[in-house]
Design a protein around this ligand. Sequence first.
Ligand SMILES: Cc1cc2nc3c(=O)[nH]c(=O)nc-3n(C[C@H](O)[C@H](O)[C@H](O)COP(=O)(O)OP(=O)(O)OC[C@H]3O[C@@H](n4cnc5c(N)ncnc54)[C@H](O)[C@@H]3O)c2cc1C
Length: 381
Amino acid sequence: MYDAIVVGARCAGSPTAMLLARKGYKVLLVDKSSFPSDIMSTHYIQPPGVARLEIWGLLERLKATNCPAIDEIDFRLEGASFAPPPPAEGEPPRPPGYCPRRTVLDKLLVDAAVEAGAELRENVSVKELIIDGGEVTGIRGSQKGGPSVEEKARIVVGADGMHSTVARAVQAEEYNTKPSLSFAYYAYWSGFPDQSCEIHFRADGGVLSFPTNDALQCVAVGGPTEGFHEFREDIEGNYMKVIEGIPSLAEKIRNAQREERFIGTNDQPNFFRKPYGNGWALVGDAGYHRDFATGLGIADAFRDCEYLVDAIDEAFAGKRSIDKAMAEYETKRNEIAEPLYDLTTQLVSGDPPTPEQFIAFGLAMQKMMPESAPSGEGANA
Ligand SMILES: Cc1cc2nc3c(=O)[nH]c(=O)nc-3n(C[C@H](O)[C@H](O)[C@H](O)COP(=O)(O)OP(=O)(O)OC[C@H]3O[C@@H](n4cnc5c(N)ncnc54)[C@H](O)[C@@H]3O)c2cc1C
């Protein structure tokens, strides 16, 4: 019997398991993948996410992986330069962003969970939940190429991504839903002349270019979802055509070498799910999903697992009823996420992006910064 079983061991599941284990709980962390392994993502960690890595004592490990810090972003709206305003007086300094490969970040997170005392089982696919009298009490699944698995816990946390098996099993209610609005394709390039970062937002789509591990550059092209099928007819040709529209980036990519295949999707639903119920909780994309365009998913997951672990701890320690603690988790999540969600979905709605939207976005993101500000060098870089 575990205190918690966490299903999914990436940026929502591993920190949830780590923080629970650090509080002394007995945690089982399962994933159908093994680590290190990749997942579809352009993986830019927004500053509030970096601040949390620092508070958790993991930022130095990330820095040691040869992932460059992103102190400056060349940001263009409809081709015009845009500089987000600096933090207001009294606000904590913004740490730099980082864009680590998911093979690197997720392995670092899963290792930290194990180090904290969580038991990790890789290659375990959860098929269903054990439900007794309306209460979730465990999981059933199978080990790849091995026996079936059945385990019990006081709470089962679904950190298993937007198509969450846990959410489906408990029929978690969805609200504030919006359909997929955009698509994206990205690839990794070597031989860029610098490690600069640029973001171009336009009504007809966007381009992101981020430096990542091993001196590679992750370059993504996106557009409204209506254009997805036409784009797929000639992915490389259409990708390069969009980049040719940005002469500074086109110049860099012309002499670069593509190192991996193009990866893309238009599966970008926008929704909130009720993130708790009798014996279960959801965190990360399983509980809340927004279009990838504003690069929020990782920082959102880090924030929400802190809120969730506080709620579980308060309930298990008898300080509050589980319903009250979990209701506060949902309220805190939504208060911070909703303005960013609205802006994200507006930005990919096909209307020209405005500087005011980005200023509002920056202000809303400042609220995502952890309450206890990080103290180390990363915060002031
Ligand atoms: C194209 C694209 C670009 C993106 N770019 C960015 C970006 O630049 N910055 C950013 O912050 N976010 C970005 N995101 C979003 C980000 O990748 C996600 O928000 C983030 O990965 C969510 O983390 P998670 O841990 O909740 O879920 P996931 O990363 O999806 O992890 C879920 C885990 O659960 C496991 N799992 C699923 N089902 C089961 C099961 N039944 N049994 C056992 N294990 C299971 C999976 O194997 C997986 O390891 C992007 C997304 C896309 C699609």
